[in-house]
Design a binder for this molecule. Structure first.
Ligand SMILES: [Zn+2]
Ligand SMILES: [Zn+2]
Length: 244
């Protein structure tokens, strides 16, 4: 259905270093098989109580990536992180100084962290809220996301709109200003078709990502592209797609 495109990179994949199923090598092998020239390993930030990465393991991850560069010189492998957006400090669960430990930094909102309005967002997403409270929560969520975008060099904002109410328009404007790619995630339903249409008029660039938690899912972006197509955006606005 989408044979007319090539995926240039998949910058959002997970491994056993958070709660993915495969090791780094497994994700890299699948990327090679699928002809993808660049992949990022972006396990969950250390602030996640259940499956955040252990910072002490970073040298081990880096070593594995350096070894893979020798074995598979045809694939560029980046050591990244999917940091958690929180309400404290620089609005991420890694400090500004720690950003340099990674080749690429993604950020997204998740449950399982402290200081992220987790209880309210969980209740809101699963059971609904009276409208007044929902609006107040949307402001808090939007503020922490915008704070994270302004205070850190974030390459990709992952699945915005997932796991709580967010003002996608305000967030997209700041993504455009800070040169942050806004993600159409293949695993989660956000950005939705409606959300893509809502922000289409802003000067924001999109990215499609597999968010693979199993090696075989690396490079799978079919659902993301389907939503992009339904929303009617020009594929030239998707940073990691090359049309043939
Ligand atoms: Zn995520
Ligand atoms: Zn992810």
């Amino acid at each position: 259905m989408y044979e007319d495109y090539r995926l240039i990179y998949d910058h959002h994949t997970h491994t056993i270093y958070s709660h993915g199923k495969g090791d780094i090598v497994d994700n890299v092998k699948v990327a090679r098989q699928k002809g993808i020239k660049e992949i990022a390993i972006t396990d969950h930030g250390p602030g996640h109580h259940f499956y955040g990465l252990d910072k002490k393991k970073l040298p081990e991850m880096r070593k594995k990536i350096e070894e893979l560069k020798v074995i598979y010189p045809d694939v560029k492998v980046l050591l990244g992180v999917e940091a958690n957006i929180v309400t404290m400090g620089n609005f991420l669960d890694i400090t500004v100084e720690e950003l340099k430990d990674y080749d690429i930094v993604l950020a997204g909102y998740h449950y399982g962290v402290s200081h992220g309005h987790v209880f309210d967002n969980y209740i809101c997403s699963h059971f609904g809220f009276p409208s007044g409270s929902r609006q107040a929560l949307e402001i808090l969520n939007t503020d922490m996301t915008i704070g994270a975008l302004y205070e850190n060099d974030i390459a990709i904002l992952t699945h915005p709109g997932d796991k709580g109410p967010f003002n996608i328009k305000e967030i997209a404007k700041v993504c455009a200003e800070t040169n942050t790619l806004i993600e159409i995630n293949n695993k989660h339903k956000h950005l939705t078709v409606e959300e893509i249409k809502m922000i289409e008029k802003y000067d924001v660039k999109f990215v499609v990502s597999s968010d693979a938690h199993k090696p075989e899912d690396v490079g799978c972006v079919g659902k993301s592209l389907q939503r992009a197509r339904e929303a009617g955006i020009d594929f030239s606005r998707i940073a990691n797609i090359e049309l043939s």
